[in-house]
Ligand binder design. Structure first.
Ligand SMILES: NC(=O)c1ccc[n+]([C@@H]2O[C@H](COP(=O)([O-])OP(=O)(O)OC[C@H]3O[C@@H](n4cnc5c(N)ncnc54)[C@H](OP(=O)(O)O)[C@@H]3O)[C@@H](O)[C@H]2O)c1
Length: 349
């Protein structure tokens, strides 16, 4: 195996940080050598700082690694960030200013005009915003982001419909508790219950979706004209965000044409054969009761999004259900795919 690129993880002890460790275990291109978190964890063995909360084995060599201070300039050039949003804004900026390439999950820089908000199957071309960022920053570091977890899932289902003219979209989410990090939502609040409010989530879905589906215009992205209205709910599911979606389209495609569009959807990651690229990226399920988080969230090692229940909508034009793994396709797996695209385009050299 050729020498792998050393990478760091900021916020390695959290829900998404652990998913990064999981995604990078045995990765053919990247080797996690530096794990950083808050002062609470700094200096401790990883296993003492953060009990492993995934249903996989803790990858070899991680338990005894010392959790480092999240100090800009320390650690490898390429860092994945799973920092809490309360600190990610300033810290990621400081890492980029110190020359790091920050591949982030946090919301803080997603809507900055020169920061790519990437879903590589949909808008790989938005990576060229990095040249505008380099001019502003003096050519040193950079920040690249992936969307909010529900937006990641939604856009994977909307992108195949772009050729039919996306006009408006109504989405209602049923979001897993792992999306709230650890310890997240108190069990007494969520067990046997639904919470119809997730702070800031609806605004993120409504704005990020339009940037992701938008087109490059100089040093920024012209948002897609699609109108999006989101209702967000937290439900007692561990992993996997389910979303019911109604769309209005400019054209009048048939059921068969829409189903075929979901099935045929692929992008640059599949063409390049990137290590984390799922095959297929979108799977259409014909069974009437699917997709379901328990059976479908892990599809394609968490990177394939499942769509089902496509049918006419009496208010808009068509409606369907989409489901994706929130900490993989909606977070760590998405960021690893972003870094793979950067490597394939020679941007990590
Ligand atoms: N969970 C999801 O499905 C999901 C999906 C998409 C995006 N995101 C975003 O990804 C980020 C991480 O989410 P999460 O769910 O993994 O949260 P989390 O479980 O609460 O983890 C937060 C991480 O940030 C670290 N941290 C907090 N304050 C810090 C500081 N001052 N300096 C350095 N590190 C600090 C924590 O370290 P300690 O353990 O030492 O406190 C921990 O490693 C958030 O911005 C979130 O919005 C999450």
């Amino acid at each position: 195996m050729p020498k792998r690129i050393e990478v760091g993880i900021l916020g390695a002890t959290g829900m998404v940080g652990q998913q990064f460790i999981n995604q990078l275990a045995g990765h053919p291109w990247f080797e996690p050598v530096w794990l950083a978190a808050s002062e609470r964890s700094e200096g401790k063995r990883f296993a003492d700082a953060a009990p492993w909360r995934l249903d996989t084995e803790l990858p070899e060599g991680i338990a005894d690694r010392t959790v480092e201070s999240a100090a800009p300039g320390a650690g490898p050039r390429l860092v994945f960030s799973a920092l809490d949003a309360s600190v990610a804004g300033e810290l990621e900026q400081a890492f980029a200013d110190a020359g790091h390439l920050v591949v982030s999950n946090s919301r803080n820089h997603r809507m900055t005009p020169t920061v790519p908000l990437l879903v590589p199957e949909i808008n790989a071309d938005h990576l060229s915003l990095l040249s505008a960022q380099a001019r502003l920053r003096g050519g040193k570091g950079a920040i690249v982001t992936n969307p909010n977890c529900s937006t990641a899932v939604l856009t994977m289902a909307l992108a195949p419909l772009r050729p039919f003219g996306l006009r408006s979209c109504l989405v209602t989410t049923m979001q897993a508790v792992s999306g709230a990090g650890y310890p997240g939502v108190a069990s007494l609040d969520i067990l046997g219950n639904v919470i119809p409010f997730i702070s800031g989530e609806e605004e993120k879905i409504e704005s990020e979706t339009r940037k992701i589906l938008g087109t490059l215009a100089g040093d920024a992205v012209e948002p897609h004209p699609l109108r999006v209205s989101a209702h967000t709910n937290r439900v007692p599911v561990i992993d996997g965000h389910t979303e019911t979606v109604s769309v209005a389209l400019d054209q009048r495609p048939s059921f068969a044409e829409l189903r075929a569009a979901f099935e045929a959807f692929a992008g640059v990651p599949q063409q390049l054969g990137l290590p984390s690229a799922p095959q297929p990226p979108v799977r259409y399920l014909d069974q009437p009761g699917r997709p379901q988080p328990r059976f479908d969230a892990g599809r394609g090692r968490g990177m394939t999004v499942s769509v089902g229940r496509l049918r006419p909508c009496p208010v808009l034009d068509w409606k369907f259900v989409v489901l994706g793994h929130n900490t993989v396709r909606g977070a760590a797996g998405a960021a690893v795919l972003n870094a793979e695209l950067m490597q394939a385009q020679g941007l990590l050299e």
